[in-house]
Design a protein around this ligand. Structure first.
Ligand SMILES: Cc1ncc(C[n+]2csc(CCOP(=O)(O)OP(=O)(O)O)c2C)c(N)n1
Ligand SMILES: [Mg+2]
Length: 308
């Protein structure tokens, strides 16, 4: 068995279990704001956070809990923010969809789709003017790339030789509509080719592979002074069945925001026994008992942290 960095595996588990704890509270109805959980998105968030160094800057979208947890490395400040408490991460002022954390280099978060791309362009331009060697990483969804700001920002970044990693989380959905039902395909590889921008697709949900790829792409972007599109194919886990007397089997509802009623913390960190679940992918890399022990330890730490 290969020697994998345990700290990375722990990070994936911590972000999954933290979200599951948020979900348990969500099911109890304690939050007054919408939260977009990102179970299934953990591998890319851990990879992005672990390649960040020094003055690297990250900009996120409405679905940002995984990045905030990865950068902040604590659950309580995030929970308190969602409860709009003064001791929350942003003093209870930002809630969930716009939650940035400048101290940890999440410099901007926007609930307006596509809005963080022009802001990322400006920040990358500032780095160029100031001759800073750090990078801007901006995360957005496959729905948000429909915005004109996506293309304009890409054009601006390339025309001005800016180093930016554009991470596109492609979950196949925009709100309750399947992307395939709402528009034609956007072939990002072709858009990248048209503008001579580098493109890479990630889809294995393997955090270790993602870290290696992002390290390389970050260096590539800095050295060649060009933006890089990283399309990440993933599944937002948490779909559930709306049961009615007429339809006791339930109608499948794709998860977008709110609680995920069919996910239970008691069942452990794995949600789906498939490659769609980064925790399933991770578990396969370790001995079963080692993985279970690690998971129980992290859950114990999180329970201790949130017991107040
Ligand atoms: C400019 C703008 N238009 C519409 C919305 C409403 N809206 C919120 S989330 C969302 C879907 C986002 O899809 P995607 O970018 O793929 O992110 P996902 O939720 O799938 O992670 C929409 C249309 C918005 N927030 N901003
Ligand atoms: Mg989407």
């Amino acid at each position: 068995m290969q020697n994998y960095d345990l700290e990375i595996a722990k990070e994936v588990l911590r972000i999954r279990l933290s979200q599951m704890i948020v979900n348990e509270k969500y099911k109890e109805g304690v939050f007054k704001i919408p939260i977009h959980l990102a179970m299934g998105h953990e591998a890319i968030a851990v990879a992005v956070s672990s390649v960040m160094q020094g003055d690297d800057q990250l900009l996120v979208s409405h679905r940002n809990i995984h990045y905030n947890l990865a950068r902040t490395k604590a659950l309580n400040p995030e929970l308190d923010e969602y409860l709009l408490r003064e001791n929350g991460l942003a003093g209870g002022q930002l809630g969930s969809m716009n939650l940035a954390n400048e101290e940890k280099n999440i410099v901007y978060a926007s609930s307006i789709l596509g809005n963080n791309l022009p802001v990322a362009s400006g920040l990358a331009l500032a780095k160029k003017v100031k001759r800073e060697k750090s990078i801007v990483i901006v995360e957005t969804g496959d729905g948000a790339i429909e915005e004109g700001a996506f293309y304009e920002s890409l054009l601006f970044m390339k025309s001005n030789n800016l180093s930016v990693l554009i991470v596109i989380e492609n979950n196949g959905w925009s709100l309750a509509t399947k992307i395939k039902e709402r528009r034609c395909d956007i072939n990002l590889d072709k858009i990248a080719e048209a503008l001579s921008v580098k493109y890479e697709k990630l889809s294995s949900n393997n955090v270790y592979e993602y870290i290696d790829k992002l390290k390389f792409l970050k260096e590539y972007s800095l050295e060649n002074k060009i933006p890089v599109i990283v399309e990440v194919e993933l599944t937002t886990l948490g779909g559930w069945h709306l049961k009615t007397p007429e339809n006791p089997e339930g109608r499948f509802i794709n998860y977008h925001a709110g609680p995920a009623p069919e996910i239970n913390l008691e069942n452990g960190p794995e949600i789906e026994s498939s490659e769609n679940d980064p925790v399933f992918v991770l578990a396969k890399l370790f001995e079963k008992d080692v993985f279970q022990k690690m998971s129980q330890e992290i859950l114990g730490e999180l329970r201790k942290e949130t017991e107040r």
